[in-house]
Design a protein around this ligand. Structure first.
Ligand SMILES: [Cu+2]
Length: 141
């Protein structure tokens, strides 16, 4: 009865080590997400910045949306909408609340993520006749 157990010991320990390695890589990946996403259109620069350093489920997460022209001067959005969801999951698509960010061309977006994990926020920003799409990833722990 000892032999089969010994035979299994090696494959099992290798599987365990691989499991730990992949888990560590996963941890690294989520903690290495950039805090800022930007889109340069040539005439405009659109940015989304994570403001809430540690997002938790069912707690407000804040993001700064900033729009500037090629000279770095603020530009107002004619329309701004942000939706957020978890990629490859079906827990829902949520709309962010948007408030003026205190300065021209800046907005404060607030979401209430329902689950831990990796999330995407997608901004639809209309300036004049053009609408731009900008995605930003963040992690809820
Ligand atoms: Cu989910």
């Amino acid at each position: 009865m000892k032999r089969p157990i010994r035979r299994l010991a090696w494959p099992l320990s290798i599987a365990a080590i691989l499991g730990i390695v992949f888990w560590l890589i996963g941890q690294q990946r989520t903690s290495a997400l950039p805090l800022e996403s930007a889109l340069d259109t040539g005439s405009l620069r659109l940015e989304i910045v994570t403001l809430t350093a540690h997002s938790s489920p069912m707690e407000e997460s804040h993001f700064l949306v900033r729009i500037t022209d090629s000279n770095g001067l603020p530009v107002e959005a004619d329309k701004l909408q942000i939706k957020t969801w978890m990629p490859k999951m079906f827990c829902g698509i949520f709309t962010a609340g948007i408030a003026p960010g205190g300065e021209n061309g800046q907005y404060d977006a607030v979401v209430l993520p329902v689950m831990r994990g990796r999330w995407v926020a997608e901004a639809n920003i209309q300036v004049g006749k053009e609408t731009y799409k900008l995605q930003h990833e963040y992690v809820v722990r």
